[in-house]
Design a binder for this molecule. Sequence first.
Ligand code: CP
Ligand code: NVA
Length: 301
Amino acid sequence: MKHLLGIEPLNKSEIELLIENAVRLKADRKCEFSGPLEGETWAMIFAKSSTRTRVSFEVGLNELGAQKMFLTAADVQLGRGEPIKDTARVLGRMVHGAIIRTFDQQDVVDFAEFGGIPTINALTDEEHPCQILADLLTMTELIGGWEGKKVAFIGDGDCNMGRSWAWAAKRLGFSLSIAAPPEFQPDDEFMGRLGEAPVEVTESVSDAASDADVLYTDTWVSMGKEAEAEERLRILAPFQINESLVELANPGAIVQHCLPAYRDKEISESLLESRQAEIFQQAENRLHAQKAVLVALSQNR
Ligand code: CP
Ligand code: NVA
């Protein structure tokens, strides 16, 4: 693994190894792996807001011995139209790795190609692989892994999280049920690219939640979609996760949200508060999963 551009390009054993190492790094925080990135400088280029991803990467880079440089798109000439491939060619000669949050997936693909340094997708409109790795770590801790499990993804099924979950289900073989209204279901191009996979797309929230081991949701208004907020909130209103869906899920099912959460929109306030321990464990796991990614990329450069 030379880059982390999505879950799509990964295979099963690469994902399994990352989760195994994340478990180890979490248990041995600051001990066994301290310093493998010593002397390195990593650039973080963020064109969208972030709390979890930014903080977890900054802390993770510190704990692994690297220096970091946080740049918004407005700080660099990218924001004034310099092509991503030229930005990548410059940074590739100076820094040791790049962590990029942006809109177009092609930008992270191009950065990896032209920069020639380990490149991490810290969220694009297409995928959010770092979040999925943290989610798989949380499933390992709370429900013993993903084998034979069913994940219900409820809400905007056509967003980066829905797509990354679909690739995770395909690569790892667990079943995924995406409940979304027709306007927000994964499109035909995506489903064609996904091909055969244990992924069902339905309009029925109760079908998706029935027998689920994980009830998962994400904001109805992803970054960049703010102009559609009113329409999205109206159409997605019946796709909230709340206590009545928990009743349909398997006993012991966990509730997960990649955060930030919008209370009484995609998740009821009472469910979020009653399940905050597992949801914020999931948020903490961003740190441990991403440290495993950084170590893997530094070993394979
Ligand atoms: N879940 C997630 O990526 O959160 P941030 O947008 O705060 O980084
Ligand atoms: N789908 C959301 C995820 C936020 C972590 C977004 O892209 O805004």
